[in-house]
Each structure stands twice: as C-alpha cells, then as structure tokens.
Design a protein around this ligand. Structure first.
Ligand code: NAP
Ligand code: HSE
Length: 436
C-alpha cells in the first residue's frame, strides 16, 4: 500500500487536533484514500516542550523547516502555526517545490491569498484553506463548487466565536460586556489579547476571504469597514430583547450592480431570523444566491477537533488530486483581480439610536426636527423617563443611508438637550426578494 507523507507546521491547538484526528479516524480516512496517510515530521519551536502530547512513534518532531521543505517524500504541507512571517515564506517555498499546502491561517490568506493561489497553480500544486473561515464549517469549498451556478447576492456571517459567546452571555445571563469578555477568556475562546476578536478584525479577515470567493473578485481586509462590539451595552441588549431582536456581530458582504460592499458591525437581528439562533461560540454563514435563495452553514467555528476536521478534509481532497495527477487546477483566487468596492456608508439600513436627553418639554420636538431635516424617517420611538433630570430615548428609523444617519447623530450631539448619543446600531434587514 502506498504511503502519502505530510509535513505539519505547528503543533498547537489545531496541529495537535490534526494529529489526533488522523489517529482517531485513520481507518475511515485510509479506506477512502486507498493509501496510508502519515505525518512524517512536525515543525515546533522547541521539541522539549511537547512531552505532554501523545506523539505517534513514527512522527518526528523537528525545529528545522528544511527537514520538511527539502524532504521530497513529503507531498503535502499543513501550515497551522499562524502569523505572516515565516508562514508565508514557508508556504511559497513548499509550493515552488511542487508540494501542495493546507493552511488555517486567515490572517495570511486575507492578505496574500491571490499570490499564494497563483504560486500553487503555477507549480501544479494545490493550496486549500477551508479551516481559515468558520473552523469546522464547510463553506469555502461549497462557495467554490456547490453554489457556483449562482450569482451570490450576499454573504452574512457570524464568524467570530469569541464575540458571539460574549453577546450570548450578555443576553442570556445579563452580564456586563467586561464580565462576559472575562468569561470568554476563562473558557479559552478569547485570546489573552482579544483586540482582534472584539474589535471585529478577525471577522473582517474572514469576510474578505468569503467575499473574494463568492463574488469572484478580490476583497482585502482594508476594503472591509470594521466596527467591533466594545460599545454594546447591557441597556442595548435589553432593548433588543424587549423588541424582539438579539444583537449579533455580523460580517456582511453584498454584491450590487456597480460593485461590492463588505463590513463588520454589531446589529439587531430579528429573533425570527435563523442567524438569531446561533449562540455561544458557534458560527454560521448565511448565503443568498439568486438561484438557491437562502442557505445557512452552521457549526463550531473554532477548536482543536472541529478545525482539524476541515484541515484533514482538505488533505484528503489533495490526496485524491495527487492520485489522479490533477493538482494545481483550481485557481480559486486570481491575481490582479481587485473587486470594485463601494462605500457601505452609502447603503441604506434601518438603525437603532439610543440617547440620554434632558427630561423637559420640547425635547422630543427638537430631536424630531433633526431627523426630519436630513430626511430620516422615524419608525418607532420609546422613552424611559424614570431618571430624574434625564430621560432615555430610543428610536428606530426607516432605512436610510449610513452617511445620512451619521450626520443625524452628529447633529443630535450638538443639541443642548441631548446629553449623549449612547448607541447607534444597525437593524439587519433581509435583502428584499425583488433585489435578489
Ligand atoms: P497555537 O495553539 O498557538 O499553535 C500554533 C503552534 O505553532 C504553536 O505550537 C507554536 O509554537 C507553533 N509555531 C508558531 N510559529 C512557529 C515557528 N516559526 N516555528 C515552529 N513552530 C511555530 O495556534 P492555533 O490555535 O493552533 O492556530 C493555528 C492557526 O490556525 C492560526 O493561523 C489560526 O488563526 C488558525 N485557526 C485556529 C483555530 C482555532 O480554533 N484555534 C480555528 C481556525 C483557524 P509555540 O507555542 O512554541 O509558540
Ligand atoms: N478567535 C477566533 C474566534 C478563532 O473567536 O472565532 C477562530 O478563528
């Protein structure tokens, strides 16, 4: 029986998951492939630090990348060490040598994906990265293949488990943002430095990858307008609950006639929408295509075994290509193919606005005038006048351009009766059927 050799870069959360899953499911995997699959070498920084892992006897740990790059027996390299340098250099060299590569590295792919895919194709090798978005959820391959017959109109994702966990805890247990963040860190979801999760950057990298595939034109992280969840308060969560919504950090990419938009922001999502049911550290990607209509992909967006499931799925796909001699035939990202990116501030959205105002006659009239002057129409209004000198006013407005609503917010802040515009959050609206 033939043996296919893998070189593994990184033996952390995902790397050890890959090693363990291969051992756990070896029988099924090898029966499918009709050959043996073996991790020959794993690159680590210090081999002495891996005594706690059950390393198979035939797996050699190395601190020297040359042991993998220069080994002609290794045909597939799995990069799960993260970061840009040296991961990028290692991947490009492996591809140049004709090795196929699997990576889970969204930071790298969102920055250099087109160059990496082009290098793979030039060298008749494969580059696959299913695990880089949504952990164990199959979404990149379905977008490339199963949904290919569609014009993808929108991709809406809950694609950061840390923030979804925080917002779920704030909703279900009335926790403050700070307490929920601490709980996420305790559970191992959030990094010690959670900036890229809570600031929306992790989701921005993932929606850049998703939209590049879905819209067949490259969207970079710089093209994504990013807003995190740091300003979402317990009051906003309570208002959302009261009015039939949940707050989610959404990554939203849309394809319009004149270009695409991509943005990450917290949004009110109707409790009736399937995305509202995505709780805790789970992820989901909701795709709107002009033929398929709506489809939602749901599952664990992170974790050792779920992510390893996606990595090994890619390894097996490549193994089949190697057996058939068909590697390097999928230029799923093209170089020099930038998307025409529109400013999401031009898009219309319904908004929730919460403000703290003087509790005095004429205040509502002053506020309403500001909305009217910019042509923004108020849909609903609530007031809580239980504070002595101040009142809390919440308004939801009919769809208006982001730029218009930002102007209204600035004008409200100039009113002497408005003490604070406390929140400005989008209300997520489905794309109307007529526009699909
Ligand atoms: P991790 O637990 O920190 O593991 C990374 C491993 O790579 C560590 O053992 C690290 O060693 C090693 N490493 C880093 N640079 C190295 C170098 N230059 N030479 C040798 N070893 C090196 O990270 P992870 O969570 O497994 O994530 C790995 C990748 O998967 C990242 O790109 C991440 O974004 C992606 N990903 C992760 C998840 C998840 O659930 N964790 C989900 C989807 C995608 P030291 O510990 O000694 O630094
Ligand atoms: N930090 C990421 C998350 C891990 O919270 O979803 C998976 O990419």
């Amino acid at each position: 029986m033939e043996t296919l050799y893998i070189g593994l870069l990184g033996l952390g959360t995902v790397g050890s998951g890959v090693m363990n899953t291969l051992e756990m499911n070896r029988r099924e995997i090898e029966a499918d492939l009709g050959c043996r699959l073996r991790i020959k070498r794993a690159l680590v920084k210090d081999v002495r630090e891996y005594g706690h892992l059950q390393i198979p006897a035939d797996l050699q740990l190395t601190e020297n990348i040359r042991d993998i790059l220069d080994d002609d027996e290794i045909q597939i390299m799995v990069e799960v060490m993260g970061g840009i340098t040296p991961a990028k250099e290692f991947i490009l060299e492996a591809l140049a040598k004709g090795k196929s590569v699997v990576s889970a590295n969204k930071d790298l792919i969102s920055l250099h994906g087109p160059e990496i895919v082009a290098t793979a194709v030039r060298n008749r090798a494969d580059f696959m990265c299913e695990a880089s978005v949504g952990g164990g959820i199959p979404i990149l391959l379905p977008l490339q293949k199963s949904l290919k017959a569609n014009r993808i109109r929108a991709i809406v994702g809950i694609i950061n488990g840390t923030t979804n966990y925080i917002l779920s805890e704030m909703t279900d247990k009335n926790m403050s943002y700070q307490d929920a963040l601490a709980a996420a860190q305790e559970q191992g979801y959030a990094e010690a430095d959670p900036t890229s999760d809570v600031g929306g950057w992790d989701a921005a990298r993932k929606i850049a990858i998703l939209s590049s595939i879905g819209f067949h034109a490259n969207v970079t992280t710089d093209d994504v307008q990013v807003e995190g969840i740091e300003a979402v308060s317990q009051q906003d969560i309570q208002f959302a609950t009261e009015f039939g919504y949940v707050i989610k950090l959404l990554a939203v990419a849309e394809q319009h006639e004149s270009g695409v938009t991509a943005a990450v922001y917290p949004a009110f999502v109707s409790k009736e929408h399937p995305l509202a049911a995505v709780r805790g550290a789970y992820n989901a990607v909701y795709v709107v295509g002009n033929a398929v209509d709506d489809v939602m992909f749901y599952g664990k967006g992170a974790g050792s075994y779920p992510t390893a499931s996606a990595v090994l799925g890619d390894v097996m796909e490549i193994a089949h290509h190697l057996q058939r001699g068909t590697t390097g035939q999928n230029p799923w990202l093209a170089e020099d193919n930038p998307a025409t990116v529109l400013d999401p501030a031009e898009l219309e959205n319904s908004y929730y606005i919460r403000m703290i105002v003087d509790n005095a006659p004429g205040v509502l009239a002053d506020i309403s005038r500001v909305f009217a002057e910019d042509g923004v129409s108020i849909k609903t209004m609530w007031q809580r006048g239980n504070l002595e000198a101040t009142a809390e006013i919440v308004m939801v407005v009919y769809p208006a351009a982001g730029r218009q609503v930002a102007r209204v917010s600035e004008a409200l802040k100039q009113l002497s009766c408005v003490r604070r515009v406390a929140s400005l959050i989008r209300v997520y609206e489905e794309i109307p059927n007529a526009d699909r």
